[in-house]
Design a protein around this ligand. Sequence first.
Ligand code: ADP
Length: 783
Amino acid sequence: MKHLVTAPRRLLVLEDCLNDAELLRRSLSAEWPECEIVHVSTEAGFKTALEQGGCDLILSDYSLPCFAGLSALAVARERCPEVPFLFVSGAIGDGEAIESLKAGATDYVLKDRLARLIPAIRRALNEAQECVRRKQAEAQLRQSEEQYRDLFENATDLIQSVTPEGRFLYVNRAWRQTLDYTEAEVAQLSVFDVIHPEYHEICRDHFQSANSGEASPWEGIFLTKYGRQLYVEGNVSARFESGKLAATRWIFHDVTEAKLATVALKRSIRRYEALVNSVDGIVWQADLPSLRFSFVSQQAERLLGYPVSRWTEEPGFWQEHIHPEDREKAVTLCSSLTEQQKYQNFEYRMLAADGSVVWLRDIVSLRIENGGAPQIQGIMVNITPRKQAEAKVRRIQQELEATNKDLLRRNQEIQSFYHTLSHELKTPLTSAREFISILMDGLAGPVNETQMEYLGIAKESCNQLRVCINDLLDATRLETGKMALELKPVSLATLVQRVVTTMGPRAAGKQIALRHQVQPGLPDAPIDEHRMTQVISNLLNNAIKYTPPGGEIVVTAREAPAHPELLHVSVRDTGCGIAKEHQEHIFDRLYQVKAGDATTEQGVGLGLYLCRELVQLHGGNIWVDSELGQGSTFCFVLPKSQQMLQSNLLVIDDDPDVLDMLRQLLAAEQYNVRTARDGQEGLQEMRRQAPDIVLLDLKMPNLSGPATLKEIRKDWGQIPVIVHTAFADGELMKQALAFSPFTLLAKPCPAEQVVETVRKIQRAGDTAIWKRNHYGLPRPSMK
Ligand code: ADP
């Protein structure tokens, strides 16, 4: 046995016999001179000594006169059970010895064998110390076991210990809680009940290939009691006992959330990639300032034919494949992006793999993330078809311009020819007519009846020719803008009456009843008397011309029904009427309806054209209602006041200088001009009062020109619009074209051209038709 104690420091001796006590003391002191020997002989002394404590061992007589040795033992066991208790007795029988040992004595020594005492004390002390040491070790073990259990139980990782057969030796609380099993249920489980079947094979492999080396990593799927799948990651190690696999130890943690997040992330990346690749444009990203591409979508390959990898792997790939003429501009624009100027939008050409040229519109933006290196990103859209279409439109426009110029030139030639012809004809015609008159008046000698009749016919032919020549001259004047009206207050009623009176004999000569109805009290209106006489005479002439004998012609003048601001004149006949298909053309220049019978005298087809132009110059409108074989009614309206003659213009432009300039320019030309600073304001203004003509800018804030035009077409139909823009061939123009027709004026436009364009539109049939529809001008019925 190992000697744990070298020497006791304090020994308690309970002995009533002083000699024996002295004997013991001597023996003990001889062995352990340093040791304190405390001698007591009574129960009280014994108890006091015990209370003082510090005794390494108790020696007691077995039989004391008033305090039995066993009682002392009982007291000692109670108060200091760990201190060895030896009986030293003169006579102790075997039975008593056994009884004392049972009662807790450590040993006993007979007084006549005191030689045994010291070894017995030594042994007892050793045993006591051994016992204390063992207890301490046991306590430590218990404590450390508890610590480990506490550690495992409170670990957040899932821990399991499994036998090679798959039975659970231990699972920690996190395991039970995560997998929803109670301790009792775990006892009934096999590891294969909680591992997803897909992982059984791998699990068995772990059992078979287990070795005592390092733990091996493991990941798999566990199933909770309720079947929920749990993605786990961790490691497995093995414990061997006597060279045999005793258990596998698994420590793992739940990574379900992370796993699902990864799956979701992958799915979202796939979705994003699909989206980016389905965009009908090249989505890209590049580093600055190198302009090296870090990403480019699949569309790049489809559009330009180079593999996507070349874009990202070859530095300078993009720059090298830009059309040489556009390279510098494109690179400079991309490189010049800054915090202040984050966006660029430009067009350039790239050279495709097949050698073709592809036009791209690149919408680029700067991106600086969390103070990292700046990047640029963008989307390149294929605009080749648009560019080709634009080139085609430009070509067609040029051709049209050339044709227009040619037509204009020819028209001018014809007009000047008409003019010359009319003048050249007019002089000899006048002298021919004068000479005929001289002859008829008998100033050149007597004329017989037949000669007089022939001269009459000649004179009438001269008159007709004069009318034709005058019409031709008037038409030329109108077209060259040289026809000016002399408006002054005139009584339309008187004018009508006079013309009817003048034409009376002609109607009577053809047995046609000619009447007139004039509303009493009609006010004077701003009228060019000569021209209005011409209009009504023309209409009346036609009525007489196209009405057979026995027919009737009625001329009326009154206020327009439902439009007291207008005067209304109608010439109704019971003549041959006009077929529907001709009605919309008869006011056109030189338009004639072929007469069925050769007897009808035909003019040159300028009469109605002049009527329409003159009525419109008066600010009025003319139309016909007719039915073949039934007769015709020609109607026109005229404004009662001068003010109504002025056309209302609305100028919509965001440039205040342009607005001001146009307002002054057009107001000086007697137009009523209103202005609006953007599309929205323009539409509001139009809703307040519809103008006759709109001048519209294209590039404006709030509501762009094309968007405004769209609204205008929706609510005001074909109201004449002049698009006045500096972007005559841009994207806005393309959008605006969808809402044509309109007249185009490219900014900056000379003042006289603006005025001339407005005038032309004002006189054009479109304005008149629009006006008529818009104002709902009255159309008289046939009855
Ligand atoms: P024209 O000199 O031929 O009369 P206009 O311009 O005056 O030319 O008239 C054009 C055409 O309209 C004529 O050719 C004729 O057929 C038709 N027209 C004009 N007025 C009438 C009418 N009152 N009745 C029937 N047809 C008419």
